[in-house]
Design a protein. Structure first.
Length: 483
């Protein structure tokens, strides 16, 4: 693990929702744990001119209290020692020139070596202009190192993703760019690699000979909240499938990297993307939630949500099949499913194994056999369950499915938040959990043709697992093996 050098972290969009809900609490925890203590000075920047250092610290304290982190004397000291605010005005080139001067004076005042992180926490429509302004005034380089952090979405189709990459690369090298997909910061997602490659038991059966299908589900019980206008312009395919779920697919399907190192791991993920067959529109089902009830409480239809067009055909549910065309996975369907207003919030990857040879049980018709399954739960209740068959006591011969289970909370009760993990990696210069330019473009290459298809959007009631039409895409689970 690389040592964290002293640095300045600049959050542009420092009065926004991301800063308030995610970045400030993560920074506070990392400082309290000692990982960033005395290593970072945090400079928030935004359009607001009413803030100075003191009023911004009050705003930050309120944000931390909302996050369940009451500020004690130590917390107040943290705000006083390493948290500051500067206005960017209208964010013109002249404003950024003044901002550069302020940063240089700030670093001199705090005896910082010139190492800088620029975290772009602006709305998606503004981030590319912000990146270009930084480059135009020379903030793409410094006396130390410079890193820039960009939140998704990384474009909305292949052409826009290429354009974004090209415009960013005019000023920043790929080694400086950290594209965040917060799903990759989850400890349970990272554990996919360890689980596969550190356990011979599973690595040896991780192929088409032993696995019949893979299911990746990201279910959300809530609607779109206050994201109506944004969500209506993207939909579930862009919002969840193209990034989060495709990342889970690549981690599940990738070959072992040559070494546990950023580019080696990302090389293998890109190979998976390049091996994916073009998506068959007949194997894709869209849905949109209607009005209904959940737990006796009325729920609005998607088209009644604030910011959503009344005649919107934007999908809030997607179920689809993908196929990786290589030796390991030939013929194995990867089923991706995600949706809003489903029965519960749950992210899982399920590995369904093939049925065993049943010659032993052919004369025992009462001995029902079920295929093994490995369920990797990413959230909540993080852990895994291995389903296997055992004999019930006494005659006649009957089998029963049981589980071997592991739960992170029982062994590791204090799992770090995804943003804590990612912020430490950025400070250390570790790009393993960040998305590379070619990953972005390869993913959009796959999904862009699907975006051009005018597929029907089927209604589904809130609290269900999506429209009935999706049943033909899904893999039945828990059924007995044929004798």
């Amino acid at each position: 693990m690389a040592e964290i050098e002293r640095h300045l972290m600049v959050v542009i969009g420092g009065t926004g929702d991301l800063m308030r809900r995610k970045l400030l609490p993560a920074m506070r925890r990392l400082t309290a744990q000692g990982q960033l203590k005395d290593r970072v000075v945090l400079l928030a920047a935004g359009r607001r001119t009413k803030f100075d250092d003191e009023s911004y610290r009050e705003w930050a304290k309120e944000a931390l209290e909302e996050a369940g982190m009451p500020i004690d004397e130590d917390g107040s000291g943290w705000c006083q020692q390493c948290l500051y605010y500067r206005s960017l005005g209208e964010q013109t080139v002249d404003d950024f020139k003044r901002f550069r001067t302020a940063i240089e004076e700030f670093e001199q005042e705090h005896d910082l070596p010139g190492n800088r992180i620029f975290y772009i926490a602006t709305p998606p429509g503004a981030f590319i202009e912000t990146v270009e302004r930084l480059g135009e005034v020379g903030l793409n380089s410094s006396p130390g190192w410079t890193r820039i952090v960009i939140e998704k979405p990384f474009g909305n189709d292949l052409d826009s993703a290429r354009e974004l990459n090209d415009r960013i690369h005019r000023y920043f090298d790929e080694e400086q760019i950290y594209r965040i997909d917060h799903y990759l910061g989850k400890e349970t997602v990272q554990n996919l690699l360890t689980f596969r490659f550190a356990n011979t038991l599973f690595d040896s059966v991780w192929n088409r000979d032993r696995i019949s299908s893979v299911e990746i589900t990201v279910a959300e019980d809530l609607g779109i909240g206050d994201r109506g206008e944004f969500y209506d312009s993207v939909g579930a395919l862009r919002d969840m499938v193209q990034n989060h779920m495709t990342q889970l697919l690549t981690l599940t399907a990738m070959e072992a990297p040559a070494e546990f190192e950023a580019d080696a791991i990302r090389d293998e993920k890109v190979k998976v993307l390049r091996s994916l067959a073009p998506f068959d529109p007949s194997q894709v089902v869209y849905g949109q939630y209607t009005a209904g009830e959940i737990d006796g409480k009325p729920v609005r239809a998607y088209t009644e949500e604030e910011g959503v067009a009344q005649d919107s055909h934007t999908e809030t549910f997607v179920a689809m099949r993908a196929y990786v065309q290589n030796w390991r996975w030939h013929g194995v369907p990867f089923v991706l499913r995600t949706g809003k207003r489903l029965p519960e919030k749950r992210s899982q990857t399920v590995i369904n194994f093939r049925c065993p040879s049943l010659a032993l049980f052919q004369q025992r018709t009462q001995a029902t056999v079920h295929a093994n399954a490995l369920i990797l739960t990413l959230q909540p209740d993080e852990g895994f369950d291995l389903k296997f068959e055992v004999k019930e006591p006494r005659d006649p011969l009957r089998l029963q499915t049981q589980s071997l289970s592991f739960r992170y909370a029982e062994v590791f009760p204090d799992l770090p938040d995804a943003y804590e993990t990612l912020l430490v990696d950025i400070a250390q210069g570790d790009q393993t959990l960040f998305v590379r330019a070619d990953e972005v473009e390869e993913s959009w290459r796959l999904y862009t043709p699907l975006l051009k298809e005018q597929l029907p959007v089927y209604p589904y009631e809130p609290g269900t697992m999506g429209p009935e039409e999706a049943d033909r895409i899904l893999i039945p689970r828990g059924e007995s093996c044929p004798i």
